[in-house]
Ligand binder design. Sequence first.
Ligand code: M6R
Length: 369
Amino acid sequence: EKGGYDYFMLKEIAEQPKAVADTLLGRIDASGSLTLDEVRIPVSVLREVDKVVIVACGTAYHAGMIAKYAIEHWTRVPCETELASEFRYRDPILDSRTLVIAVSQSGETMDTLMALRHAREQGAKVLAICNTNGSTIPRESDAVLYTHAGPEVAVASTKAFLTQLVACYLVALYLGQVRGTKWGDEIGTVIEELSEIGNEVEEVLGTMEPVRELARSLADKNTVLFLGRHVGYPVALEGALKLKELAYMHAEGFAAGELKHGPIALIEQDVPVVVVVPSPRGRSVLHDKIVSNIQEIRARGARTIVIAERGDETVHPYADHLIEIPRTPTLLQPLVATVPLQVFACELATARGNEVDQPRNLAKSVTVE
Ligand code: M6R
């Protein structure tokens, strides 16, 4: 049932191009518009939404963080992403014009379920993004957009994460479409790029041998740091979470802009730092700032592992290890930038002799608080 792979995690990483394509299937029509009829929240209600709040835990929370950038950019509706376990104990301000999005692979995560119950009690509409048909979270929501990742067995979430991202982008673009925001043209282009993104994920998977080799060479390290900015920041957090749960290493993700506010003190000789570099096109200011960050940490001895767009030569002089990813629109970059980090964590776990599919102390679905 592992399909010839040693671990479910490896199989699930390899299934990502298909999972992504399946999640898009039937949701983009021939004219390039989105058809999310299954989102049973009436268009009239979606047009009136004045705030979006995303609640989730763990990896699903990282997908939600990325969704915030997409929703605010494409819809101009304020959006907050919150850990479900914090949200419900905080007396959040919600009303009938708030759209709450609950993201969960299992559909059974207790904190996320409690958060959505709380939101509905306050009159908010709840849309679930979920991978498990008929599970509790979609059953208790006003509407559901299913991710079609197929069953995810490994405790560490991989293909579910990529499909959660796709679903979040679809919701963001759909909200933009029904609200007719000024990004009309850009939305059309992004939908086109999104429909091709499975091929790019496939391409990344074909270039992972050097990443595995690098991971094996770091098996005796104690710490790995991750830096990112904009949508690369949640990618950094996700890379660190994968490494914690699988390799049992100290791993931390930081917003690169925060470096000088503390984390740079952690940089010492030979500490591996993975840096997710935004596209030099699009938000090029951020690109240049992150290139300076790489220079700064390298000058202090860090061993830099740079994930950058193919052809981005500005990073070459400062990258001890370069991981190239295909060109994508900035907001979609997490779909390709996360994949090497999954492979990296899985290989490090194996090299350290850890149980990949069943990491210690963890459960696939956290149905207790
Ligand atoms: O089933 P859910 O998506 O609600 O689960 C949320 C988290 O428990 C989950 O993503 C967890 O962080 C994973 N083990 C991460 O790989």
